[in-house]
Design a protein around this ligand. Structure first.
Ligand code: ATP
Ligand code: MG
Length: 177
């Protein structure tokens, strides 16, 4: 008899705010139970994110690595370095997921990296299907690929209704980063 697999594939997508922070909330919940968490952030390279410092200082069970530059990636014309870093990130993601040492693996902004063709659909689907049964895998980022949505057990689409950015409020420390 096949036991139901415990680990699910979760996707947080859509154009509203809250996808990355939803996944970090999960990380907090998971580590609170003594589980091990690994976060790989694609297309991000700034060490000014509060979650990096929080994990370093207070959450030894949460590892976070970034595979991106500090600058925005151009969808039409991504740089060589943007692509190289995303490729390093996807290789690392595969290594971490298949090793199965972490209960929760979050691939933050991977949906965007795929949408921008920094990684291929085959690479993403390969990781999804190679994951051990106990690993909960979370992919975040707007514009999730139809194939990823199809493969997922849980998909949440965050809809933009209002965002203070549109009345001129810049990104705020502790809120947006
Ligand atoms: P958060 O990181 O706050 O959970 P997110 O992961 O849903 O947001 P992304 O799509 O990754 O958002 O956007 C990157 C950055 O832009 C974040 O700092 C986020 O807070 C901010 N942001 C999210 N949605 C919007 C929006 N509709 N307009 C402007 N900025 C946004
Ligand atoms: Mg995000």
């Amino acid at each position: 008899m096949n036991l139901p697999r415990r680990g699910c594939l979760q996707v947080y997508t859509g154009n509203g705010k809250g996808k990355t922070t939803a996944s970090l909330g999960l990380a907090l919940r998971s580590v609170g139970h003594g589980h091990k968490v690994f976060v790989i952030q694609f297309m991000k390279g700034s060490d000014n994110y509060g979650e990096l410092e929080a994990a370093r200082k207070y959450l030894p069970g949460v590892s976070i690595e970034q595979y991106g530059l500090e600058t925005f990636v151009s969808k039409e014309n991504p740089s060589r370095e943007d692509k190289d870093l995303a490729q390093k990130g996807i290789a690392r993601a595969r290594e971490i997921v298949t090793a199965g040492e972490h209960d929760l693996v979050i691939l933050d902004e991977l949906n965007v990296a795929l949408d921008y063709s920094l990684v291929s659909l085959d690479q993403v689907m390969g990781i999804i299907s190679a994951r051990p049964p106990h690993v909960e895998l979370v992919l975040t980022g707007r514009g999730a690929h139809e194939g990823v949505i199809e493969a997922a057990d849980l998909v949440t689409e965050v809809t933009l209704v209002k965002h203070p950015f549109y009345k001129g409020l810049e990104a705020r420390e502790g809120i947006e980063y």
